[in-house]
Write a protein that binds this ligand. Structure first.
Ligand SMILES: Cc1cc2nc3c(=O)[nH]c(=O)nc-3n(C[C@H](O)[C@H](O)[C@H](O)COP(=O)(O)OP(=O)(O)OC[C@H]3O[C@@H](n4cnc5c(N)ncnc54)[C@H](O)[C@@H]3O)c2cc1C
Ligand code: FES
Length: 505
């Protein structure tokens, strides 16, 4: 998605400001000519970079400065204040960087600096094969080139579209509020210019770990020196009568999202089975299209298992305010032509059914190749599997989490992208330990929920602020330690909590 560029406003930084205009560790935004600029200070050092996040346009001055980096308040992307490089997804594009001049006890933002070049040639000229063109696979390929890797990079993707903004498939894109050109992570030229061989509609069926080659469904084979498995996860399909009909959809890919959009244009009523994040985002997007939407789910409160009781009630409330009709503590037992039958024998008339009942990691390739499996592909802190030189990242990988000491497998966009980058660095021999605190966001109408850490259970939950007023930070604690935090419109606190979790006492 392209970031909307801010119009210049505020202080004219090109005309110079007093050093005291920015506190130590602080940031202000202003402009230099037509460009919106962030001026940051660390001790006596000043930095000037673009003020607008290159992901979805978040205001970087409202984020958090950490060392010589800044984190975006909206979805926690990270930028170098020294170069403008996007050093942490979900952003990949750099922001501009300006030269600073200090003169006459003033700080001036001078000319824009040339963008940083790819780092010098890294790693041996080997052949890297990446299986999967989603968040993790794309991030790995991009990072290999950013680090100056000069060998072959081939991405095999079963998808028919080049890497795209998967989270948007249930949000603005599905709601009809995001144009097509927001979806690709990079334009087609990028792959050509970076000599990344992106092979779409190319499913890998086997990995020969000893002979070091992969075989594709169409019979081709490709040798590799280093391999990344980034095959993501598969939506779970319902095993009930009628679930295989054409008006019953799952949502994983851009093609799935387009199929739902096409069906919605002919439909008036929809039943969403599952009150998962994706299920609820689909419900919101179909309401935005003016459809009658029913949500069927076995739990008594949506998302209670992940966010707790109070959040669950709040989320149910906002969806009801927008006209969603819930059928909780219910399951679907059959789907007939135009109805969904529930366990209590009620029938819901519908033209369109979307099933959002979770996913399972695509581990079959790894299993067949004899890699160690543990409810996902088991990897170490360097994201290397049980076979040397073969890595796994994203929804398929289970890795040792440094905060909790537990092995985690998480289905988050930002985690997948950061793991893809970490695996790429390790293929280049950088010995990069993956220790990022997990992060995800979810959007329900005008309410964004940001979540850092991971808590599948907790001893207590402390809520600062008020969920109903849409102004809160909830901390989930286990054994006296904060293991996760969910927030609504408390972006700075969410970022501070993330940093605190990176450096537990
Ligand atoms: C609709 C939707 C909304 C979401 N919203 C959010 C959100 O708001 N926030 C959040 O944090 N997360 C969200 N997620 C989850 C997030 O998208 C995933 O965690 C992330 O995409 C995982 O990245 P990945 O690279 O591991 O897998 P994927 O992005 O799923 O990519 C897997 C790739 O592997 C390919 N592949 C699979 N098998 C093979 C094979 N055998 N050969 C070749 N290619 C193969 C697939 O075609 C695909 O290209 C959402 C997911 C969906 C579906
Ligand atoms: S807008 Fe900055 S990370 Fe999304």
């Amino acid at each position: 998605m392209s970031a909307e560029q801010s119009k210049p406003k505020g202080i004219d930084l090109a005309s110079g400001v007093s050093p005291d205009a920015v506190s130590d560790g602080g940031m202000i935004s202003g402009h230099a000519g037509e460009d919106a600029v962030l001026l940051a200070r660390r001790g006596d050092e000043f930095f000037a970079i673009g003020a607008t996040c290159s992901h979805y346009g978040g205001p970087l001055a409202e984020g958090l400065m950490v060392g010589d980096t800044v984190r975006c308040p909206w979805h926690h992307a990270r930028f170098s204040l020294r170069t403008g490089e996007a050093i942490g997804p979900p952003a990949f594009n750099p922001v501009s960087c300006w030269r600073i001049e200090r003169r006459d006890n003033k700080v001036f933002v001078r000319e824009k600096l040339a963008p940083a070049k790819a780092r010098g040639a890294a790693g041996k000229a080997e052949r890297v094969v990446i299986i999967g063109g989603g968040g993790a696979g794309f991030a790995a390929a991009e990072m290999l080139r950013r680090e100056g890797f000069a060998g072959d990079v081939t991405v095999f993707s079963a998808d028919d579209a080049a890497p795209y903004d998967r989270p948007n498939c249930s949000k603005d894109y599905l709601a009809g509020n995001a144009p097509e050109d927001w979806m690709p992570l990079r334009p087609p030229d990028f792959y050509r210019d970076q000599s990344i061989s992106l092979e779409l509609r190319s499913a890998v069926t086997d990995i020969d770990v000893k002979a070091r080659h992969v075989t594709l469904r169409d019979g081709r084979s490709a040798p590799f020196d280093k391999l990344l498995l980034a095959t993501g996860a598969e939506p779970i399909r319902l095993d009930i009568p009628g679930a295989d009909q054409p008006h019953v959809h799952v949502l994983r890919s851009l093609a799935d999202s387009r199929a739902i959009i096409a069906a919605a244009s002919q439909a008036r009523r929809a039943v969403v089975i599952g009150a998962s994040f994706i299920g609820l985002e689909v419900a919101a997007s179909l309401r935005a299209r003016g459809m009658e939407v029913h949500v069927v789910a076995p739990e008594s409160r949506p998302l209670e298992r992940i966010l707790g009781r109070d959040f669950g009630d709040f989320i149910r409330g906002i969806h009801e305010e927008h006209g969603v009709i819930f059928h909780l503590e219910q399951t679907a037992t059959a789907i007939n032509g135009g109805t969904v039958t529930l366990k209590n024998r009620a029938t819901l008339p519908t033209d369109l059914v979307v099933v959002g009942v979770g996913v399972r990691p695509r581990i079959e390739l790894a299993e067949r190749a004899g890699l160690k499996i543990d409810r996902g592909i088991a990897v170490n802190q360097y994201l290397e599997t049980s076979a040397p030189g073969i890595y796994a990242a994203g929804d398929v990988a289970r890795w040792p989490d440094s905060l909790t000491g537990e092995d985690l497998r998480i289905e988050h966009w930002v985690v997948a992208e950061r793991q893809g980058q970490a695996a790429a660095r390790n293929m280049l021999g950088q010995g990069y330990r993956f220790s990022d605190v997990p992060f995800f966001w979810s959007q329900h109408y005008d309410v964004p929920i940001n979540y850092v850490g991971h808590a599948d259970r907790w001893d207590d939950l402390i809520i600062d602020g008020d969920i109903k007023s849409r102004d809160c930070l909830a901390r989930y604690r286990r054994n006296g330690k904060v293991v996760a935090a969910a927030s609504i419109f408390r972006d700075l606190e969410s970022l501070k909590q993330e940093v605190a979790m990176e450096h537990p006492a």
